[in-house]
Design a protein around this ligand. Structure first.
Ligand code: EPZ
Length: 429
C-alpha cells in the first residue's frame, strides 16, 4: 500500500491551484440521473471518490465521456465530464458499491423522482460516526414516497410521482438537503425545505439544477423553495472551488510559515476559517486570482473553535486546525458538534509529540515547541491530511500510511505541496 513521506522544516512559498470541490462534484454528477439529456461538468477533480461514483452511475446506465487534455493545458486543470442518463437500466444501487462511499446513497433522490422507484443499499458503518439516513427517509416520505427497509436496502416507490410538500429538517444536513432538492425539482407542485443546509456545495447544485430548468430560490439560506417541473434538460456547469482543500493548504502555510497564493479560492466560500486563521496569526489577502496567505516567523496563537454547519467552522477542517494549534503558544479548545467520532487523528498527532486531551466532544490542545516525525496512519481523509500538515512542521521524517484515504479527497497533494518547497513524496508499496 502506498505511503507518503514528508520531511518537515521547510516554509511553503508559491502558488497552489485549488481543484473543484469533491463534495460539490459528487451531487452534481448524481444530478445527471434527473434528465435524459447530457449534463456536462467542468472542473471535476481527479479523485478516487469521483472514479467510484462514475462506476456507480454506469451501473444505472449513465453514459460517460471525458474530454482529452488540450495542448498547453495545465496538468492540474480539472476534468470535463459528459454524463448522459438517456436510458436508466437499473434503479438498484447495490451494497457492494454504496458501502464504499456514503454519498452514493444520494442517487435515491433523482432515481425516485424520475423513475418513480429506487432500491438503494443502506450505506452502513463509517469511520467518523454512525451517520444514519433517517432525515432522507422522512424527507422523501414527506414528498409522498412509500418507503420500506428490506434486507439492508431502502426500497422507495412513488408510482404516481412525487408531490411537493413542506420538509423540515430536525438538524442541518448537507446530504438530505441535496437529495430533497433533486427530488423536489421533478415533483408536482411546490416544496419548501426548512432548516436547509447553506453550504456552498448546496448553492452550486442548485445553480446547476436551475441551468437544467429547475425552479429553485433561496439556496444558500435556510429556507429553499422548489417549484417542481415536469422534465429537466441538459446543461453545462463548472464545479465550485474546494473550500476544504483551500482551507487545508492555508492551515499548512500557517503552520510552516511562508507565502502562498491559493489560486481560485474565494473569500465567500471560506468564511469562518479565514477569521480563525487570522486569529491564529496568519495574514490573509483576497486577490483577483485567489486568496493569498502569509505567516512570518511569529508564533501561532491558540484559539477556541466549535465546528458548525456553514457558515460556521467546518468539521472537514477540524483535524487540520488541530494539527496547526498543536504548535501554538498556549492552550486551544476545539469542540466537534457534527460527528460524534471524528477524533481519530488525536492519537496519531500524539505520536508526533502533540499534547491533546480529549473529553467527550472537546479536545484541549496544549501547544508544544516542536513536533517530531514518526510513522502514522489515519482512517479518514481529513484526519490523514492533518498528519501531512503536522509532518510538514515536524522535525525529521514522517510516514503517512494508508494513502488511499488522501486520494479520496486531495488531488495530487504531493505535486501541489512539492511545487511550494515541501519535501514530500509518494512511496509505492
Ligand atoms: C457531508 O456529509 C459531507 N460529505 C461531509 O464531508 C461533511 O463532513 C458533512 O456534510 C458535514 O459538513 C459530502 O458532501 C459528500 P450531514 P453528510 O448529513 O451529508 C446527521 C468529507 O470529509 N444525520 O450534513 O453525510 C449526521 O450523522 C466528508 O469530505 C442524521 O442523523 O453530512 C451528522 O451528525 C465526510 N440523519 C449530521 O446529521 C441523517 O439522515 C450532519 O450530517 C443524515 C444526517
Amino acid at each position: 500500500m502506498d505511503k507518503i513521506r514528508v520531511v518537515g522544516g521547510a516554509e511553503l512559498n508559491g502558488t497552489i491551484p485549488i481543484s473543484g470541490a469533491k463534495n460539490a462534484a459528487l451531487p452534481l454528477m448524481i444530478a445527471s440521473l434527473l434528465t435524459e439529456e447530457t449534463l456536462t461538468l467542468d472542473n471535476v477533480p481527479r479523485l478516487a471518490d469521483v472514479a467510484l461514483l462514475k462506476r456507480i452511475l454506469s451501473n444505472h446506465g449513465v453514459d460517460q465521456s471525458v474530454d482529452g487534455k488540450r495542448l498547453g493545458q495545465n496538468g492540474l486543470a480539472g476534468e470535463t465530464l459528459h454524463l448522459t442518463a438517456g436510458n436508466i437500466v437499473d434503479t438498484t444501487a447495490p451494497y457492494e458499491l454504496v458501502s464504499k462511499m456514503r454519498a452514493s446513497f444520494w442517487v435515491i433522490g433523482p432515481l425516485l423522482a424520475r423513475m418513480r422507484e429506487a432500491k438503494v443499499s443502506l450505506p452502513g458503518g463509517c469511520a467518523i460516526g454512525t451517520r444514519p439516513v433517517d432525515f432522507f427517509i422522512q424527507a422523501l416520505r414527506d414528498l409522498g414516497a412509500d418507503i420500506d427497509i428490506d434486507a439492508g436496502y431502502v426500497v422507495a416507490r412513488a408510482p404516481k410521482g412525487l408531490i411537493g410538500n413542506r420538509v423540515v429538517f430536525p438538524k442541518v444536513t448537507v446530504g438530505a438537503t441535496h437529495v430533497t432538492l433533486m427530488a423536489a425539482a421533478l415533483a408536482r407542485g411546490e416544496t419548501v425545505i426548512e432548516n436547509a443546509a447553506r453550504e456552498p456545495e448546496i448553492v452550486d447544485l442548485a445553480a446547476c439544477l436551475v441551468k437544467m430548468g429547475a425552479r429553485i430560490s433561496g439556496a444558500g439560506t435556510s429556507t429553499i423553495h422548489v417549484d417542481g417541473v415536469e422534465r429537466l434538460s441538459g446543461a453545462r456547469h463548472a464545479v465550485v472551488a474546494d473550500r476544504i482543500e483551500a482551507g487545508t493548504y492555508a492551515m499548512a502555510v500557517a503552520m510552516t510559515g511562508g507565502d502562498v497564493l491559493l489560486e481560485g479560492a474565494t473569500e465567500d466560500i471560506l468564511g469562518t476559517p479565514i477569521r480563525v486563521l487570522t486569529d491564529v496569526g496568519a495574514e490573509i489577502t483576497p486577490t483577483n486570482a485567489g486568496i493569498r496567505i502569509r505567516r512570518n516567523g511569529a508564533g501561532i496563537s491558540a484559539v477556541d473553535v466549535t465546528t458548525e454547519p456553514f457558515p460556521g467552522f467546518p468539521t472537514d477542517l477540524q483535524a487540520q486546525l488541530m494539527a496547526l494549534v498543536s504548535k501554538a503558544r498556549g492552550t486551544s479548545h476545539i469542540r466537534e458538534t457534527i460527528f460524534e467520532n471524528r477524533f481519530m487523528h488525536v492519537q496519531e498527532l500524539a505520536r508526533l509529540g502533540a499534547d491533546i486531551h480529549l473529553d467527550g466532544q472537546v479536545a484541549t490542545i496544549t501547544g508544544v515547541d516542536k513536533l517530531k516525525g514518526a510513522q502514522v496512519m489515519a482512517t479518514d481523509l481529513r484526519a490523514s491530511v492533518s498528519l501531512v500538515i503536522a509532518g510538514l512542521a515536524a522535525e525529521g521524517e514522517t510516514f503517512i500510511n494508508r494513502v488511499y484515504h488522501l486520494d479520496r479527497g486531495f488531488e495530487r497533494i504531493e505535486d501541489k505541496l512539492g511545487a511550494c518547497g515541501a519535501t514530500i513524496e509518494r512511496i509505492a508499496g
